[in-house]
Design a protein around this ligand. Structure first.
Ligand SMILES: Cc1ncc(COP(=O)(O)O)c(C=O)c1O
Length: 466
């Protein structure tokens, strides 16, 4: 029995929830390369985006204001689970015998179980205000889809969720959760859309990917006037809404006179990482803190967009319906192996995050799913929480950094985003316990080949503009 007379959890009062989101765009070291129209290759205008997004979110996407007020209606819903606790992983520290202090922001306390409703609630609110009746979206692991189903329900909107087929089969209870909250869930690729039909004709057993599901959801929204599309990551406004996490963490750490040496998060499209890390980037870039926090993004070796991809203009989806954005990408037609961290199976990384990576401001590292589940198992046995497979990538990096600190006998402070719990991912844990998981790593030559093919496939018009 370990007896440790130390404080574990740090809370804020509900009145202390930040009232603004932090927009990184005005503070980036260079202007963000503009998103381009998928057909003309010209920079996108507000009008181009109106068929799929509400005006208020388009304006947020392009805003150069550093602080954006959070509407009262959104703050009121945030209070259902926010502020989230900041917890010190004392038992993990003891287990590793590290001098490092490890803190995590626990986003798994939200009703859907992850950070995703921080933006889903905001997006449902703005769509509701503009008279939209239905939202379409894609989901990988089902975390995002369930967050959107939860949020649309609160505002009386309908939700149609295209769920990557492999996840639909691996995670049946996420589907049920979405249905409980009133969402319609369709395995993707589906025969509901032209993009889905084209893929099924060529490959009826296609396991799906986030890129394909996005094509289906965008097509569905573009064809129906009362319907808009909602994305759970990558876009500026999505990352913006997640900055509530880092702002709360800053206040919590300030209350105990702590500041991280390193901030760690996993990356699918980049929203939970950015949500925690961007407010610390602001502290770094505005020199508001004496200490400079390193920012470390973690991804799977099976889908290594930041560590093995290239920084170039590419489509956000497989069919090429979305705008082209400059990002670290593996190529929009990349189908990652069916790893259990469904939410990390995306071919690109958010444009703002990609810019920070290309400037050497954000570091990145990749792990295979076996080492990642081993880290998640250690976390469950020390801290108790069964974490989402996506989050487990961050925890693997945390453990590595804590062991490095032990080897160097250095007292560092680590902060990471515990982006979600894994209580609906138990089938993946079962496979891990039975030693049935494969340590997928995507072969580098194949990635290069794919990227070359994507570059060649861009039309002359587009190539002229990039
Ligand atoms: C628990 C959890 N963490 C992380 C992610 C990755 O997404 P993002 O990079 O946008 O945070 C997901 C995506 O579904 C998720 O469900």
């Amino acid at each position: 029995m370990i007896v440790i007379d130390m404080k574990y959890k740090y809370y804020l009062e509900e009145e202390e929830i930040p009232k603004q989101w932090y927009n990184i765009l005005p503070d980036l070291p260079k202007p963000l390369p503009p998103p381009l129209h998928p057909v003309t290759g010209k920079p996108l205008t507000v009008k181009d985006l109106e068929p799929i997004f509400p005006k208020s979110l388009i304006l947020q996407e392009m805003s150069s204001n550093r602080w954006i007020p959070i509407p009262d209606e959104v703050l009121e819903i945030y209070k259902l689970w926010r502020p989230t606790p900041l917890i010190r992983a004392i038992r993990l520290e003891k287990f590793l015998g590290t001098p490092a202090k490890i803190y995590y922001k626990y986003e798994g306390v939200s009703p859907p179980g992850s950070h995703k409703p921080n933006t889903a609630v905001a997006q449902a609110y703005y769509n509701f205000k503009e008279g939209v009746k239905r939202l379409t979206t894609e989901t990988g692991a089902g975390q995002w889809g369930s967050a959107l189903a939860f949020s649309t329900m609160l505002f009386g909107l309908k939700a149609t969720i295209y769920m990557v087929k492999i996840s639909y089969e691996q995670k049946p209870y996420r589907k049920t959760l979405m249905q409980i909250w009133g969402g319609e869930v369709i395995p993707s690729p589906s025969s509901r859309t032209e993009s889905g039909k084209k893929i099924l004709e060529k490959d009826p057993d296609n396991p799906g990917s986030l890129g394909i599901a996005i094509s289906e959801a965008v097509e569905d929204a573009a064809k129906n006037v009362d319907t808009k599309y909602s994305l759970g990551s990558v876009l500026n406004h999505v990352l913006l809404h997640q900055t509530i996490i880092g702002q709360e963490a800053l206040k919590q750490l300030e209350s105990i006179n702590e500041y991280p040496d390193i901030v760690i998060g996993c990356v699918g499209g980049g929203s939970n990482f950015a949500g925690l890390a961007y407010p610390f980037y602001y502290m770094n870039s505005s020199k508001k803190s004496d200490k400079k926090a390193r920012l470390l993004a973690v991804e799977p070796k099976a889908c290594p967009s930041m560590t093995k991809g290239e920084y170039l203009y590419d489509f956000g989806d497989t069919a090429g319906l979305t705008p082209l954005v400059k990002m670290y990408t593996l190529g929009h037609n990349f189908i990652p192996p069916p790893i259990h961290a469904g939410g990390l199976r995306y071919h690109g990384a958010a444009p703002s995050l990609s810019l920070l990576k290309s400037e050497g401001i954000v570091e990145s590292v990749a792990y295979n799913q076996v080492e990642v589940f081993t880290a998640a198992h250690i976390f469950a046995k020390t801290e108790g929480i069964v974490i989402a497979p996506e989050t487990a990538h961050a925890v693997k990096a945390v453990i590595d950094k804590a062991i490095e600190a032990k080897e160097k006998n250095k007292e560092i402070t680590i902060l990471f985003n515990l982006s979600g719990h894994g209580l609906l991912d138990l089938s993946s844990y079962e496979k891990y316990l039975k030693k049935e998981l494969l340590p997928y790593k995507y072969p580098e030559e194949k990635i290069r080949e794919n990227i070359e093919r994507v570059k060649e496939s861009l039309s002359e018009k587009i190539r002229k503009n990039i």
